[in-house]
Design a protein around this ligand. Structure first.
Ligand code: EPU
Length: 302
């Protein structure tokens, strides 16, 4: 979708919003899949309510992009524009046991920055690609760590109220890869409360998690992490593996040989290939195990 409305185009510079024309989302997603649209890069949180009012008044649909690492976008010209926060400087500040982090900050950078300030508790998240905002929205987790457990406060654009609000950690429910935020709420910044730990000890934890991840996940390949959520008490990866589906493919969308819940783009996979593979696997698992796997990857359909 291209923004042609003169009123919007004229207002963007004053709001600190940069317009990137006709961006191919395949270049902004870890799966390297996705069609074309206009991208609005936001440098001031305070401009968001006004920007979204303008878009709504002019019937321009929008979606928020974080780091694009847990996302499958359909191909072709997209019927919505995409909004993304640009990094402020600094995007990370530590005060005692509190890390003040902008949602646009890189998750891994945040973990190591906190570690250098002797703040731990996030070791398991090392190696999870994406932004802090994306991790908050999904309550990202790995190796026993979930980001939601450390949230003291979140600054968020609440779409329903059309305003920026600050929520306390206990006003938000963080569950397994799910939060109480509405799909069109936008994470802006967070205060994380982290336990003090010596840097050397945190580094050791980080090394252990890195090794586990390297041994079990296809890190160098184009993927969106795990495609399906784990059903209660079971592992989606193990089920798909037990069905002998490693290496199974549709076009260039392929089930990883290393971890069966990772689907990789081994060349020029399209969204249709990837969605076809996802549906195929869901049907096979349903047939044999009687379990309907739920997507963990976020899908932006047209
Ligand atoms: N397994 C297989 N074959 C496979 C994959 C896994 O037999 O192809 C077995 C493993 O041997 C293990 C069990 O299944 O006994 C669980 O596997 P793993 O430890 O790799 O964990 P997972 O449940 O597949 C979850 C998260 C990952 C996270 C890891 C580590 C989900 C959907 N996945 O994977 O998160 O990194 O634990 O904590 O919750 C993600 O969210 O995108 C993601 C990759």
């Amino acid at each position: 979708m291209r923004i042609e409305t003169t009123k919007i185009l004229a207002a963007l510079p004053g709001m600190g919003v940069e317009l990137w024309r006709g961006v191919l989302l395949a270049q902004l997603t870890s799966l390297a899949i996705g069609g074309t649209t206009d991208l609005l890069r936001i440098s001031r949180h305070e401009a968001i309510p006004e920007l979204l009012n303008l878009l709504d008044e002019n019937g321009i649909a929008h979606k928020f992009l974080g780091g694009g690492s847990n996302l499958l976008v359909v191909d072709g010209e997209l019927p919505f524009v995409v909004l993304q926060l640009s990094h402020p400087n600094p995007d990370l500040v530590v005060e005692g046991n509190i890390a003040n982090v902008d949602a646009a900050a890189d998750l891994g950078k945040m973990v190591t920055f906190c570690a250098k300030h002797n703040l731990g508790g996030m070791e398991g998240l090392i190696g999870v690609p994406g932004t802090v905002g994306g991790a908050l929205r999904m309550n990202a987790g790995a190796y026993g760590t979930q980001i939601g457990s450390h949230v003291r406060e979140i600054k968020v654009y609440k779409a329903a109220a059309r305003k920026i609000e600050t929520l306390k950690g206990d006003q938000i429910s963080f569950e397994y890869r799910h939060t109480s935020f509405a799909p069109d709420d936008m994470m802006l910044a967070v205060k994380l409360e982290l336990p003090s730990k010596p840097y050397s000890e945190i580094l050791q934890g980080i090394r252990i998690c890195n090794e586990k991840r390297r041994a079990s996940q296809p890190l160098g390949q184009k993927s969106a992490g795990c495609i399906f959520k784990n059903p209660v008490g079971a592992s989606a990866g193990r089920m798909i593996d037990e069905l002998g589906l490693k290496g199974h493919s549709k076009g260039d969308a392929r089930i990883s040989d290393r971890h069966a819940n990772f689907f990789v783009n081994s060349g020029r996979a399209t969204a249709t290939d990837m969605l076809g593979l996802i549906n195929d696997v869901r049907e096979r698992v349903q047939k044999v195990y009687g379990v309907t796997l739920e997507n963990e990857v976020v899908v932006w359909n047209a």
